[in-house]
Design a protein around this ligand. Structure first.
Ligand code: IVH
Length: 672
């Protein structure tokens, strides 16, 4: 293809994707793919500046406003940001700035999270919110004032603190409207229940919610806003971006203050961008990058802007967690509990730095609701440590050869007829001797949180089963060197190491042992509660359902499952055989006499004097328990900076709220 046609084709394609993203809130490609198209066009246009027209997407921002909202002209254009993806891009940015300023002295920057939502401008006149608009094409946006006014954290009037500067008569504030991850999950769940298509991500959910014609619908969607800059203002005495953010906060506007970090060198900028990328999953909202800004406002003015973005700021994009790829095949995996899970095999893609080849499709119901087919082009995502999943199919790209998928009626591993419990979506293989279940149980038994037998991987387990050297977990403890060296790809040295690891695993804790048994619904956390409560395995085995339910943290479903497990004689016999191999179970030491012993704690927000892991360590060492969200059983909420929705829940439920100092006082400041 010649360069002219390629440029035109790319422009056309990007325009189409802009429309899907900005106007329909329903994108067809991942952000990463969009960024690649955009970069390709930028490169080509740089090589052929004569082909750049004012209509090219590289020269414009966003999309024309939808006709259903009235229009608002921005007094100052709302720009976009240039993107950077590497350390070198950041260093080049610093070099460009110094060159432009004609000065080699260090420039102070701020680095802050790039919130993944939609840009909004709020206009305050004499302290009152008069108009709110979306960015639109940068010059004209949609009037969303009525919808914005339903967002509780956006002040209708600015406040003036004693001794602080009053807000200027005219203040245009810019920021990002977004939806918390938890609210997004709930909203999508409700939509799927009501047979509505789920939103691909929190940003589309936020955009779709804000751009509702009926503000009553917006009011029901939990939106929030962080302010990150200003447009036109009357006189304002302030020298830096950092100071400006403090002022906005003093006037009652919400600012992501604890994460606006000052940096003096490009290396510091890179380090803080990395830090934000590392902690990105700890935020209660989605961040897709960091925004780097020149801190001094006078320098910002001197640097000015290019056609669509300012020279004084740049986005640093994190490694994408969503990507577009193709499903080459769908098959079914059988887990240790017999659950059949449909798995999509993908054309390999990189997600947050890891090559992904497979993604879960959860179950038939999900496949049907999302209408995902073999051969589909799809959006996949991987958030933190969770298993990659298929988010949605890109239906306009179908060619007609895509195939619907139906779960098999027989277990693909052992051929047993599968069954499904009334009211459940999961299909299971009922055969406890199914090789997939047996392999899965061994895998679980030796895993890190369970008996932690290093070096006993899937392939060795499969061979040991096949050679009938192991049938149940207890058999692992009678394996010999001779047994092991008969296996494929195992040398004497690794066989010896493996035997030692198996032997070492005999000294373990009661909690690990309970977890290793693989009782359904008994994860590591529940196993620890049970170990602490019962102190030995026999007492746990004799507990009645009532006794179990009475324990804090154990619900009826878990209690029933534990009971069923111990009522089964083969299970009891198996435990006996395991103990006979010489497994020694260390019971948890009685909790120290501390005011926190036996109490449940939740942490929200960012702690300043210690890491979250340190706070958890202090709490558990003192006999307290950690939970991830506030519920009726929570005793204390530890609130740091930028607390999440747990704070509101804690207030509603009357849970005691402590700050970091109070937490440490509770334990007599026992940090080491
Ligand atoms: S500053 C001239 N700061 O990212 C634009 N933008 O890709 C100055 N965004 O349009 C923007 N978080 O909607 C800035 N902390 C932050 C941001 C942020 C999210 C969005 C914003 C902007 C887009 C650019």
């Amino acid at each position: 293809m010649d360069k002219v046609s390629e440029i035109e084709k790319l422009q056309e394609e990007i325009r189409y994707h802009n429309h899907r993203y900005y106007s329909l809130d329903d994108p067809e490609i991942s952000d990463a793919e969009y960024d690649r198209l955009f970069k390709r066009l930028l490169n080509l246009e740089q090589q052929h500046p004569e082909l750049v027209t004012p209509e090219s997407p590289t020269q414009m921002v966003g999309a024309r406003p939808q006709e259903t909202f009235s229009e608002v002209k921005h007094r100052l254009p709302m720009l976009s940001l240039g993107n950077s993806f590497s350390d070198q891009d950041i260093r080049d940015f610093d070099t460009r700035i110094k060159r432009f300023l004609g000065n080699d002295s260090p420039v102070e920057y701020t680095v802050e999270p790039k919130i993944d939502g939609l840009a909004v401008e709020l206009v305050y006149e004499n302290g009152a919110l008069v108009v709110a608009s979306t960015r639109g094409d940068g010059f004209t946006g949609e009037n969303v004032t009525r919808n914005i006014k339903t967002i509780l954290t956006i002040p209708l009037t600015l406040t003036q603190k004693k001794g602080a500067l009053p807000p200027p008569d005219l203040l245009e504030v810019r920021g990002e409207v977004y939806m918390d991850l938890e609210a997004f999950e709930i909203l999508n769940h409700e939509r799927v229940e009501r047979d509505l298509p789920p939103f691909a991500n929190p940003r589309n959910a936020a955009a779709g919610s804000l751009r509702q014609l009926d503000p009553k619908i917006t009011a029901r969607r939990p939106l929030n806003m962080f302010c990150y800059g200003i447009g036109m203002t009357s006189e304002l005495s302030c020298n830096t971006h950092h100071e400006l953010m403090t002022l906005l906060q003093q006037w009652g506007l919400r600012v992501n203050r604890p994460y606006i970090h000052k940096c003096n060198t490009p290396t510091e900028v890179i380090d803080y961008c990395r830090h934000l990328e590392e902690i990105r999953t700890q935020f209660f909202f989605e961040i897709d990058g960091a925004v780097i800004k020149v801190n001094r406002l006078d320098l910002q003015t001197r640097l000015g802007q290019k056609s669509r973005s300012p020279r004084w700021s740049m986005a640093y994009k994190f490694k994408p967690t969503q990507e577009t790829t193709t499903i080459t095949r769908i098959d079914v995996q059988v887990g240790r509990t017999g659950a059949l899970t449909p798995v999509a095999h993908l054309k390999p893609v990189e997600l947050s730095g890891v090559i992904v080849r497979r993604a879960t499709l959860h179950n038939q119901e999900e496949i049907d609701k999302k209408d995902i087919r073999e051969g589909d082009l799809v959006i996949v995502q991987r958030a933190g440590d969770v298993i990659p999943e298929v988010v949605k199919a890109i239906k306009p790209k179908r060619t007609g050869i895509e195939k619907r998928f139906i779960m098999p009626y027989r277990c693909p591993v052992c051929g047993s007829d599968v069954s499904k419990k009334e009211g459940e979506v999961v299909v299971r293989c009922p055969n406890p001797n199914c090789p997939a279940q047996v392999r899965g149980s061994f895998k679980h038994f030796v895993s890190k949180g369970a008996m932690n037998i290093d070096g006993l991987g899937d392939k060795i387990i499969a061979q040991l089963i096949e050679k009938r050297l192991i049938e149940e977990a207890a058999d692992l403890y009678s394996l010999t060197l001779d047994n092991l060296i008969t296996l494929d790809k195992i040398k004497e040295r690794s066989a010896t190491n493996l035997l030692r690891a198996i032997e070492n695993s005999k000294k373990t804790t009661l909690a690990r042992f309970i977890y290793a048994l693989g009782i359904r619904h008994v994860g590591e956390y529940v196993a620890a509660i049970l170990a602490e409560h019962f102190g030995d395995i026999e007492r746990l085995g004799k507990a009645t359902e009532e006794e179990l339910i009475a324990i804090d943290g154990i619900g009826p479903q878990i209690a029933e499952s534990i009971n069923a497990y111990f009522e089964d004689h083969p299970n009891r016999d198996h435990i006996k055989r395991l103990i006979q191999t010489g497994i020694e179970l260390e019971a948890p030491s009685p909790p120290p006499a501390s005011p926190a012993a036996g109490k449940t704690f939740v942490i929200t927000g960012t702690l300043s004097s210690m890491k979250r892991s340190e706070a958890k360590e202090v709490i558990t060492r003192n006999g307290g328990r950690m939970a991830s969200s506030v519920g009726r059983n929570t005793d204390y909420l530890i609130a740091g900076e930028s607390p999440g929705s747990n704070l509101r829940k804690a207030r509603d439920l009357g849970v005691t709220i402590l700050n970091e100092d109070e937490l440490l006082k509770l334990f007599g400041d026992d940090r080491e």
